[in-house]
Design a protein around this ligand. Structure first.
Ligand code: PHB
Length: 389
């Protein structure tokens, strides 16, 4: 599918030919997102946010146009790599955007690194891609897996939680998120009493895993699940009646605004951490939420925000580079702005985003889930972790 977005005026001045005529440029964006599989709904949110970001930030781009081609990654690495190659080699896109799964990002890393076509990551948190496997071609505007979870270990220990049981899907993101939590939790004096990693795709029954966690008698369970897996896990944890004895914590994708209304009462009492919560009280977030809700009759989630900020980042880089490919790439790595999530900047040492992490609680009140921010950990930045560009 091709979508053409007509943009406004600002860059026109920098694209004047010697004779004074304006030279317009078409920027081709290759959107790689899961529109099927366990992360299907996430792809739709990111794409909606991306289009809204183009409307909000690209309105003054003169005669330049942004054209989108899109492809379903299915959250499967082999299929995604083939589709990425097609976009770069055949469609000749100027920039790639998207990718939800850490495994998909890991699978396409070498090709993107060698291709010269930049990729703006709008979800996948794979730590290595802004660590030892970083690349000048990969810029992440979403989060890293350790960035979300690292602040929670010490925070939870401070709340008096002494023992925890870990649970996450068995792939890169699940393991990286749990490792990051484990490190800071144990450094703060906590003990991990067990862990379980169910398969990412196709797990329908978390019962045996929940039963094993209960038997370990931890003070808390700490988890990462997202998309369809998060909906199923949170509902089953509620149905098993375990939450009153073993409270549920996690990376905040667990109770994302994208589907917490589907979890409903099952999400009650869950405390989680994330780089974006709809409750953030700023003019930038209000502008985003008002427009997103008017367009989609749904609350904008962290996935939609990542798409929105990816568009902001790309348009900002287009405006700064005036059509020059290298200047465009350099501008992506130096971006800084206030988005719906608060202040964010790209760290040029790793190309990962630096941002606040919010701890929030879910309460089921009057038939709906209310999310309230409990604490803000400002300006969370990853160490280079072996990255040298
Ligand atoms: C990931 O695979 O990096 C991933 C997927 C879904 C999320 C967060 C991270 O919600």
């Amino acid at each position: 599918m091709k979508t053409r977005v007509k943009l406004g005026v600002a860059v026109a001045a920098s694209l004047m030919l010697a004779g004074g005529q304006a030279m317009s440029k078409e920027y081709k964006v290759g959107v790689l997102l899961p529109f099927s599989g366990v992360y299907a709904g996430l792809g739709a949110h990111i794409e909606n946010g991306f289009k809204l970001g183009l409307e909000h930030y690209g309105a003054d781009l003169g005669s330049d146009t942004i054209t989108m081609v899109r492809s379903d990654t299915e959250a499967k690495p082999a299929a995604s790599l083939a589709k990425t190659k097609k976009m770069v080699l055949q469609d000749k896109v100027d920039v790639l955007v998207g990718v939800v799964s850490s495994a998909v990002l890991g699978g396409m890393r070498d090709f993107v690194h060698n291709s010269g076509t930049p990729l703006v990551v709008a979800n996948a948190g794979n730590d290595h891609m802004t660590g030892e496997k970083c690349s000048p071609n990969i810029v992440r505007v979403s989060f890293s897996n350790s960035q979300i979870n690292r602040p929670v270990g010490g925070w939870l220990a401070k709340q008096g939680v002494k023992t925890a049981y870990l649970m996450a899907p068995d792939y890169a993101a699940g393991h990286q998120m749990m490792e990051a939590f484990k490190k800071t939790f144990t450094e703060a004096g906590g003990t991990i009493v067990g862990e379980a990693y169910p398969p990412l795709q196709g797990t329908k029954d978390y019962g045996p895993y929940i039963t094993a966690a209960k038997a370990a008698k931890p003070d808390a369970i700490y988890t990462f699940f997202a998309g369809g897996a998060a909906i199923t896990f949170v509902k089953q944890y509620h149905d098993f009646g375990v939450k009153k004895d073993i409270p549920l914590y996690g990376a905040g994708f667990l109770t994302s605004a994208a589907y917490v209304h589907v979890q409903g009462e099952a999400a009650d009492g869950t405390v989680a951490a994330l780089h974006y919560v709809p409750a953030i009280d700023t003019p930038e977030n209000k502008k985003f939420q008002d427009a997103y809700q008017a367009a989609h009759q749904k609350v904008g989630s962290e996935f939609a925000v990542a798409g929105y900020d990816a568009a902001h980042l790309i348009v900002q880089a287009i405006k700064k580079s005036g059509g020059d490919k290298d200047a465009f790439k350099a501008a992506l790595s130096k971006a800084e702005f206030n988005g719906p999530r608060g202040p964010l900047r790209i760290d040029p040492a790793t190309n990962n985003v630096v941002q606040n992490i919010y701890l929030f609680k879910n309460e089921f009140k009057d038939g709906k889930v209310v999310q309230t921010i409990l604490d803000t950990i400002p300006d969370v930045q990853d160490a280079p972790n072996g990255c040298s560009m």
